[in-house]
Ligand binder design. Structure first.
Ligand code: AKG
Ligand code: FE2
Length: 288
């Protein structure tokens, strides 16, 4: 596995590298910094003008926190501004937006673990996004909104890229998640009652990498990497932004990362949430 620093826009075949398990870290993308600035504005607005974002969980009961995080996520994900900044990112890295679709942008809020680690702030167990019904060519981006430490971040366990992990993805349905589970996030305060695809064996952490970056330092990696939320036992809430890209032609031709263990029965059920990058029209699926 290779790690490329600030080379996404210089490497014409970056997709192929990502499909092979390489990871990119770009620290100088204007669009990423702007996306984080927009995230910061959105957090302040959702939390009624409070600017001490990392202390928000100390300022209110968890019930109120969940209501405000729900509002934040809805506003951020559905905003025109976030979509425009994804298009700016695509332009900035020098690829043709007509060739790409993207999944809705997300803002993750990870407060202290004891305070909340379920529902709107679910701490993801190690997983591949393909266990959750993503396609093999999914390119993930991920960036912290404020400076973070290794014990607040997302981990990537690179050694498992091509090593199977026994998991429950065959029993997990993305259709069911979208129709019946996703909206229940705010009901989960103490424990996550919703079923997620999870590993059925102990995960060796020897090759786990925890990248601790600054605002808008963007990781770009295959959604097929094993990754997860580092349980946040610090007293600082972590905010991060992520979105996913798919290259239309690669999707049509089923190119992408190797699938070593994903068995989600309804891959692609999330297509209706995807947008064409050049005009933000809804993706209608693949015409065969
Ligand atoms: O932010 C996290 O802790 C997990 C994010 C994740 O799983 C993803 O972006 O696919
Ligand atoms: Fe993920």
């Amino acid at each position: 596995m290779n790690l490329y620093i600030n080379q996404l826009q210089k490497k014409a075949d970056f997709k192929e590298a990502i499909y092979a398990g390489d990871i990119f870290l770009n620290t100088e993308l204007r669009a990423a910094k702007e996306l984080c600035a927009f995230a910061q504005e959105s957090i302040t607005a959702a939390f009624n003008g409070e600017t001490n974002h990392q202390a928000l969980h100390t300022l209110m009961p968890v019930e109120e926190f969940v209501v405000l995080v729900t509002r934040l996520k809805g506003q951020f994900t559905n905003s025109q501004r976030a979509k425009e900044l994804i298009l700016s990112f695509i332009d900035e890295i020098g690829v043709d937006p007509r060739e790409y679709i993207f999944d809705v942008p997300r803002i993750r809020v990870v407060p202290n673990y004891e305070y909340l680690h379920a529902g709107v702030s679910y701490a993801y167990k190690p997983h591949r996004d393909t266990w959750y019904g993503s396609v093999d060519c999914q390119i993930n981006t991920w960036m912290p909104v404020h400076t973070i430490s290794p014990d607040q971040t997302m981990m990537i366990n690179g050694g498992y890229f091509d090593v199977p992990v026994k998991n429950t993805s065959s029993e997990w349905s993305l259709n069911d998640w979208i129709s019946n589970q996703r909206h229940k996030a705010k009901e989960n305060l103490k424990e996550e009652a919703r079923v997620h695809p999870v590993p059925l064996e102990a995960i060796n952490t020897a090759s786990e990498v925890r990248v601790a970056g600054n605002t808008g330092d963007m990781l770009i990696f295959s959604g097929s990497h094993l990754h997860g939320t580092v349980p946040n036992h610090t007293q600082q809430t972590r905010f991060s932004v992520d979105f996913r890209l798919m290259h239309l032609d690669d999707l049509k031709h089923q190119r992408g990362a190797i699938n070593v263990d994903s068995a989600c029965p309804d891959v692609g059920a999330g297509f209706k949430d995807y947008f064409h990058a050049h005009d933000f029209s809804n993706f209608q699926g693949i015409q065969q």
